[in-house]
Design a protein around this ligand. Sequence first.
Ligand code: PFF
Length: 455
Amino acid sequence: MASITPHASAAAPAHSQWSSRMGFILAATGSAVGLGNIWKFPYMVGQSGGAAFVLVYLVCIAMIGLPILVAEWLLGRRGQENPINTMAGLAAANRKSRHWALVGVSGVAAAFLILSFYSVIGGWALAYIADAAGGSFGGLDSDAAGALFNGLLASPATLLAWHSAFTLFTVAVVAMGVSGGIERASKLLMPALGVLLLVMVGYGMTTAGFGSAVDYLFNPDWSKLDGAVVLAALGHAFFTLSLGMGIMMAYGSYLGQEVNLLRSARTVVIFDTVFALTAGLAIFPVVFANGLDPASGPGLIFVTLPLAFGNLAGGQILGVMFFLLLTFAALTSAISLLEPLVALTEERTPLGRVAATAVAGLATWALGIAALLSFNVWSDVLFFGLNVFDLLDKLTSKFLLPLTGLGAIVFVAWCLERNSVRNELGLGALGFGVWNVVARYVAPAGVLVVFVSSL
Ligand code: PFF
């Protein structure tokens, strides 16, 4: 987390600070925008039947995600420590149970579980850079695109190699403490990814599937809506905004008092949402133009995009660029996932930074192997009817993240002194009234209702 530079002024706080509001927004956006937007969002839309999911997701982002993002930053800024100590310290200062520290603990646990399978998918993106460069996308039809992807999934050795490479990149960046450089690079590369997505949307417009795609994404068929779809939308709102993992809390701890939390949250949320919707508009025209199944699952972008690149002038170079940039976006998210584990390992063991990073990286790498084997040799190894990959995904998105986020917002709304929160948010009477209703009732009730109804 190093687009933070230690404050040099005489009044320097013990804890370092972001070099600028811009650096903070950039890092938070870098964590938020990743595979969740480009890989996961489209296939979840497809599995959930389209626009009804999209609309519920947008409501979850606005009514639950945004306030929880603000709550996590606020807690981090007050606590000035890692998420576990922050929660413990704030609970003590406000004479609340020390069990609030559990919010921090489950956040760190979720980060660990997510990183393990996140690196596997980051590995897919790496593999596709090589495929694109080698010309594998040229003249593909939908069967060949499917075969290419299934070939990757069927080979544990190939998956392991790319998963290892992705983990190694992540570990190297964190161990060398160069995430600041990565974040500065993201100023250029994230917009580039956005532009390439727009190019793909442009290609989608030339296909026969564009109208169906827009319809599918924005014209809801409410009969597709049920408790499972709502829970999936809620869980994804947490995943995509990097909530419920203590990560945004950690970012908040480096934040100066002058930064306006609500405005910053709005910026991050808008960027994140625009990336996801654009990805949807890039993918679904190809799905419908080629008669593919929108509900085909995690392989969706890895089948549709090569088809599109294969049919596009300059598709080979565009394909390489796209998967490079996707890997980069995944990397900025992955380093934010690894950071809290490393910080904790460093604090609680005698290990130094490099060794702590190696240990944390090794642990997620090992669990990632179980995840990648669930696409082939362990596909029949089921827990509660789910393979390891699905188990890790569901356990985190549908369980740990919502509950941790719920803890954060309940603590802010109910346990902190109200006037201090109002001042910190810089809200007038009306604005704070709205905040209070949302933070005290709407967001917590939303999480609880969705959660309980799905059990
Ligand atoms: N928000 C990232 C994405 O949408 O890809 C994934 C992620 C990163 C989740 C960091 C959680 C996190 F802490």
